[in-house]
Design a protein around this ligand. Sequence first.
Ligand SMILES: [Mn+2]
Length: 315
Amino acid sequence: MDISVKETARQLERAQDVVIVAHKSPDGDTLGSSFALLYALQALGKRARVECSDPFPKKYEYFLKGYQPEGFEERFVVSVDVADEKLFGPGTGHYAGKADLCIDHHQTNTDYARCRCLDYGKAATAQLMYFIFREMGAAVTPLIADCLFTGITTDTGCFRYTNVTAETHEVAARLIGLGAQAGEINRIMFETKSKSRIAVERMVMESLEYDFSGRCAMICISKDILTRSGASEDELEGVSAMPRQIEGVMAGVTLSEREDGYKVSLRTSEQIDAAEVCALLGGGGHARAAGCFISGDLNSAKAAMRQALAGFLPA
Ligand SMILES: [Mn+2]
């Protein structure tokens, strides 16, 4: 059932012993929004903790400061920035079917929770969370402001993507006023790359190929590249944005090798709905960024992607 920001705020005010579930391979939005909610609930004297299937990447450590009480029996489960229960991942899969509330901004949200606060006009779940806190009258401390600012800046590629609205900037401006360290957060998120990340970029660019007269660019992140670079999964954030950055490219495809096939990330220009393309292969996502999974070897994954794109791109 879809509920308003107001009703969401009331539910959170009533909730006790809250488990907040972030999505697997956590990004800045799911973690920033989850920890902001953790701190807001704890400030109201509630027991709460954040659960995630994967470890928290080190670069977010500036806001991962909270005390997380273990061992309490959850009485209220809220998922944050999680479009589909499948994205809980193995570590938190036992919460599938148990979410009381889902707070999200993905157009492809599968409506799996008892109640859903969904607004896909928001660039980030963190942007939506700001209005929920305002409705709750929750104090946005500098730490909470850092969390929410992180969610907004990471989901907008530092305010560069077309999901950015005037409201996105207004909320970000409020957060800076409340103490968010915008410059420092953006430096950590966008201007710092590890040596292993640079090694990945160098090798991945070797795999670059064009299709559809240069309107589609594909790259592949093989397991071999990960082994040779020494990069961890969380160091790959943003690599999938690279093929779309090439002049004239309308569809940027990143194929990441898995045990039994390829995880596909698609980034598109305005003319192509990425979620529609990926839906043809059983996936989904946003209009400009979506994903799917293709089983089989690299060549069949490439072929399947070309076929899916064929109806959207001029030959
Ligand atoms: Mn998000």
